[in-house]
Design a protein around this ligand. Structure first.
Ligand code: ASP
Length: 343
């Protein structure tokens, strides 16, 4: 289980200072530390906050980030600006935030990829369990399996037959190694025991553009991005990746229901700050995140896009930390067993 080393060092320091008695100097340092922390808490934030997204603008992670950022801006009284730093399955962005000044002005939003990166990237330049403060978990999003509109198939059964007949001639897009579209696509290929040609992009927004142009055949992607295209009749929809159907697409069967037994991928999101961000700042951010997750505009937008607000008990630093640790264990075993690495 995750135990911050900083915390144990602090506890040891506290024990020994109690043993020798509080000297004047120690008391003075403690007083000034306390004073600077509370001043920080009272004045934060005094300038715009950057929320870094590891994928291209207009994609599903970006859509969730912008909805939260807009609401957090109202609560915090300072702009929360989304900054897209795509590449390498969001690990470039993760590293940038891990090394940023821990002052509450640079945050990171990421999905399941935070848990798969340590196993997938053996030279990962940051550690999701020790390099961040956790703000809270946010939104859960189902995925959809979609195809280009002119695919020569009418339904999922025909899609499977067409894929089995065409194998590597079929192009399957994803948003980079470690993206959830990559995980979903890998699981899909494993379940069908077929190798397709995977085409990585810097996010599923550019993947969708290529795919609209007919360069990509199939894509597994979050409903937050696909529902508008589905409703506009621009894509072929083959199923949802949750075990049961979802409210936003009640007539669409799940892949599990259509024969891919136990197939399930749900995307969860967390908000992170660099390690060492003062606790009062973390508390302010957690409160602003929780307010955003109750904001009727955010709730409606997420619901319309098939997403669900994470249960309140998980919208906390502990909730996110516990979930992330469990997911790292789970995916670490799966990825190491599969021997799939990004480097
Ligand atoms: N949907 C992407 C993924 O597969 C990320 C994105 O573009 O937001 O991880």
């Amino acid at each position: 289980m995750f135990k911050p080393t900083l915390m144990s060092a602090r506890r040891r320091a506290l024990k020994s200072s109690v043993a020798v008695g509080l000297s004047f100097a120690t008391a003075a340092i403690a007083t000034s530390l306390f004073a600077s922390t509370s001043v920080h808490a009272q004045s934060y934030p005094t300038k715009p906050i950057t929320l870094v997204v590891g994928f291209a603008a207009g994609g599903p992670t970006d859509i969730v980030a912008r909805a939260l950022a807009q609401s957090m801006t109202k609560t915090l009284g300072q702009a929360v600006a989304v900054d897209n730093k795509p590449g390498a399955g969001a690990t470039i962005a993760g590293n940038l935030v891990a090394k940023a000044k821990p002052d509450g002005y640079t945050l990171f939003i990421h999905h399941n990829g935070m848990a798969t990166a340590p196993a997938l990237y053996r030279k990962l330049p940051f550690n999701p369990l020790t390099d961040y403060e956790y703000i809270g978990q946010a939104v859960d999003v189902p995925m959809t399996l979609i195809g280009r509109q002119d695919l020569p198939v009418k339904n999922f059964e025909e899609l499977v037959a067409w894929i089995k007949a065409n194998k590597a001639k079929v192009n399957l897009a994803n948003a980079g190694l470690g993206a959830v579209s990559h995980l979903c696509g890998t699981l899909f290929q494993q379940t069908l025991a077929t190798d397709l040609t995977t085409v990585p992009f810097n996010g599923t927004a550019p993947a969708l553009t290529a795919w609209m142009g007919g360069h990509v055949d199939v894509l597994c992607d979050q409903t937050t991005q696909t529902i508008p295209h589905i409703n506009a009749g621009k894509v072929k929809l083959f199923g949802v990746t949750t075990k049961s159907r979802i409210g936003a697409l009640p007539n669409t069967p799940s892949l599990h229901e259509q024969g891919l037994k136990d197939f399930e991928v749900v995307v969860w999101h967390g908000v992170y700050a660099p390690k060492g961000t003062p606790k009062p700042v973390v508390d302010t951010l957690t409160a602003a995140l929780q307010t955003a997750l109750k904001d009727p505009e955010v709730v409606k937008r997420m619901k319309d896009l098939g997403a669900e607000i994470t249960p309140v008990s998980k919208q906390t630093p502990d909730g996110l930390r516990t979930h992330l640790s469990a997911e790292i264990d789970k995916w670490g075993k799966v990825i190491r067993a599969a021997g799939q690495y990004a480097d």
